[in-house]
Write a protein that binds this ligand. Structure first.
Ligand SMILES: [Mg+2]
Length: 244
């Protein structure tokens, strides 16, 4: 049976060119033994651009926009879009967010119908995001707020994040949780680790993910010694998903 490898792109798979080359060689040589999914905060267009720049292998699926969109080849999964739209009122959430001057709106390319993206000063993040969450709840709206990379704030539907998108695909592919490895480096990967699969935190992970790992990490989570793509290869061996 194939195993499922789900990896974040920036600073997880991508970040060390020599390690990425080793990863590409090992995975290409064993491509029929696994399904490959990229799960990124990038939009689909910017993820494809990174693929071209870095020579990334073609995955079976793309999870983009922090889990708000799923693509196979160039086609967006319409069922996932429909699922996310339940209990989601983008305009009302945007109106509340606009009352916080310290939330700086990100460029249009980073926004999509299921995602509002901002930048914030990390010193202000805790208090502002708590207030924002409270106002959203008071208004009777449903949304989740995800803080990553010490500056990115993504507001997403309650029903969609990287972890939920991964589980949707894992069930579609019929791969058990203990044959699924998720890999990440930052706060927007936490939802991946909160599902019930195996997990790799790369040694170069950001402080918000390391803090989460120290508090909530379980035996099914592995902190690699190596950074970036070498960490992914290390975890594949550690969990005995494949021998090279
Ligand atoms: Mg990352």
């Amino acid at each position: 049976m194939r195993f499922l490898l789900v990896t974040d792109l920036d600073n997880t798979l991508v970040g060390d060119a020599a390690a990425l080359l080793r990863f590409n060689q090992k995975v290409s040589a064993n491509r029929d033994r696994l399904y490959l999914i990229y799960a990124t905060g990038r939009s689909y267009a910017l993820a494809r651009q990174l693929q071209a720049e870095q020579d990334l292998l073609e995955p079976d699926y793309w999870v983009t926009g922090v889990g708000t969109e799923i693509y196979r080849k160039d086609e967006r999964d319409p069922l996932w879009a429909e699922h996310l739209s339940q209990d989601w009122n983008r305009d009302s959430v945007a109106a509340i967010a606009s009352t916080f001057p310290d939330l700086i709106i990100q460029p249009k390319a980073e926004q999509n119908p299921w995602k509002l993206s901002f930048l914030i000063d990390p010193e202000l993040a805790d208090s502002i995001l708590a207030n924002l969450q409270a106002l959203i709840a008071q208004a009777g709206l449903k949304a989740q707020i995800i803080f990553s990379n010490d500056e990115d704030v993504d507001i997403l539907p309650k029903h969609g994040d990287k972890g939920l998108a991964m589980t949707y695909l894992r069930e579609k592919l019929n791969i058990p949780a203990n044959k699924t490895l998720v890999c990440g480096d930052s706060g927007n990967d936490i939802s991946l680790f909160q599902q019930n699969t195996l997990g790799l935190i790369v040694s170069n992970a950001r402080s918000e993910l390391m803090a989460w790992y120290r508090l909530c990490g379980e035996s099914r989570h592995y902190l690699s010694r190596a950074p970036f793509a070498d960490g992914i290869l290390e975890a594949i061996v550690h969990f005995r998903l494949m021998r090279f």
